[in-house]
Design a protein around this ligand. Structure first.
Ligand code: PLP
Length: 494
């Protein structure tokens, strides 16, 4: 299977090249030139497999340079019992109203990014070998909180890799900071930056674009790489869990063979919902994709009008991982639904860079509207959804998942379509304990780790071990550098 850039499809490359490069040289995103088919026979076959086996089988369809055995080894390591706290890996919780909540937060950092970031290091390390790259890969990450920790956990002690994460000193939550500075592993580093997230990200970009520094590293057998969310190696593992969720419903007799389901995804960068879209395009029976946004509703407007316009106020919400005005992965959707029109994608992305806005042709907008329904809700409705689900169903959800719950009910009211829906639950409620406590009526919730304890005490729900265990963990990383002093000493990286 070949991969091309969304902005120029004339230069195909292999999967391992796409994964190793991350971003295409023209600034576009790598996508497969065709999508493998999920036949009814294949779905039947997948239905009786464990999650790691399903993951290996699905990923094999996209990665012909890899053997299924090899992929299974990676999947068993990535999704094993020392990483995920349930053998189901991504269990489905039955909610009221025909909703099945797909809990994507049973991994080491308690958010869905673990599903991709546990897998990416294995794919990257193998791609290095397949490309006869014998340098050690050094991952540099600038994080506003969640991605850094998930990447650290994913790359921890993976052969042939090192990882260094920078975070803005005062720009992450207490829990997120503790998660990072207590990180274990022999190949990891964490460093605070005396600045905000933009300073941190610019510092990392500066290192990436420094050809001289790359040469120095090269001489020491080191190669820089990124674990950015636009890497194909992060999208692919996300396709798996939608297929797996459908197979669970089929296996358990909840749906008939071939029965279509709706899928609702709380969305920011458009990566997670795009994976669901790919699963549908491959032949998974999917009816409608419901794109749930918070007050940063740039995607809702896009799906309704065909105009993407980031020129609007940025809102800080209680679902911070969705506070995004540029949804990078939308570029892949445009390429897909336009019949691989790279010229169109190029033109839209140029306009986005220059003016912050673009408009797609009406025919394309209609095609997208057939696949997606977009909605959004504010923090008040988000809190109300948490309270309602807790009171009526005794089930605790986080703020991001709550946005999905609210928008799904809007969808059902608007369309009358109450068919079974898989709702992606993207984080453990304990990861956002203070907002969840407020939603449950606590006017002055405690901060940091105390909020985690308080949420457990108040609800009787057991918090996840990786968060509860943070108290008493040894702090390993205390360095703080200035934004212009972020170059890591090469000796420390070798
Ligand atoms: C990253 C994240 C999202 C948004 O996912 P995208 O793939 O960027 O759309 C939603 N919820 C949580 C908890 C996240 O960490």
């Amino acid at each position: 299977m070949q991969y091309v850039s969304t902005r120029d499809k004339s230069k195909p490359c292999s999967a391992s090249q796409a994964i190793l490069q991350g971003l295409a040289p023209d600034g576009g995103l790598f996508v497969p030139t065709e999508l493998p088919r999920l036949t009814p026979e294949l779905l039947d076959h997948l239905k009786d497999m464990s999650y790691p086996r399903r993951a290996a089988a699905v990923m094999k369809l996209f990665l012909d340079e890899f053997t299924e055995e090899e992929l299974l080894t990676y999947c068993e390591a990535a999704y094993g019992p020392d990483r995920f706290d349930t053998p189901a890996v991504v269990p489905l919780h039955p909610m009221a109203d025909n909703t099945r909540c797909l809990e994507l937060w049973h991994g080491p950092t308690c958010a869905f990014k673990d599903l991709a970031l546990q897998m990416l290091p294995h794919l990257l390390a193998a791609s290095i070998r397949k490309q006869k790259e014998d340098r050690t890969v050094c991952i540099l990450v600038a994080t506003s909180g969640d991605t850094g920790k998930a990447a650290l956990e994913g790359f921890r002690d993976v052969d042939g890799t090192k990882i260094l994460v920078f975070y803005p000193r005062d720009g992450v939550s207490d829990v997120q900071k503790l998660q990072m500075i207590t990180q274990t592993g022999g190949n990891v580093g964490v460093c605070a930056v005396n600045g905000n997230f933009d300073d941190t990200q610019n510092g990392v970009k500066r290192i990436f674009s420094d050809a001289d520094f790359r040469k120095v590293l090269d001489g020491k057998g080191l190669r820089l790489s990124s674990a950015n969310s636009i890497n194909w190696g992060r999208v692919l593992p996300q396709i798996v869990y939608y297929i797996s969720a459908w197979c669970d419903l089929y296996r358990d007799g909840v749906i008939e063979p071939g029965q279509a389901v709706n899928i609702c995804v709380p969305t920011g960068n458009f990566g997670n919902i795009l994976a669901a879209c790919y699963a549908g395009q491959m032949g998974l029976p999917v009816k409608r994709l419901i794109c749930a946004s918070n007050a940063n509703n740039v995607l809702t407007d896009f799906l309704r009008t065909g105009v993407y316009d980031r020129n609007r106020p940025f809102h800080m919400t209680t679902s911070p991982s969705m506070d995004i005005l540029i949804s990078s992965n939308l570029e892949r959707l445009l390429f897909l639904v336009s019949g691989q029109d790279d010229a169109l994608v190029r033109s839209c992305m140029k306009q986005l860079t220059e003016t912050g806005r673009y408009e797609i042709p009406a025919a394309l907008r209609e095609k997208i509207a057939g696949l997606f329904w977009g909605g959004f809700c504010d923090d008040t409705k988000t809190a109300a959804a948490i309270g309602k689900v807790w009171t009526e169903q005794n089930y605790l959800i986080d703020t991001h998942t709550a946005v999905g719950v609210d928008v799904l009910s809007q969808y059902r009211a608007d369309t009358g379509d109450s068919d079974i829906c898989i709702l992606a639950s993207t984080a453990s409620p304990f990861k956002f304990s203070d907002s969840v406590l407020r939603a449950l009526g606590d006017k002055t919730p405690p901060a940091g780790l105390d909020a985690i304890d308080e949420l457990g005490r108040r609800t009787g729900v057991q918090g996840p071990a990786p968060l509860c265990g943070l108290r008493g963990r040894a702090v390993r990383f205390t360095d703080c550098v200035e934004p212009d002093g972020m170059y890591p000493p090469v000796s420390a990286m070798a």
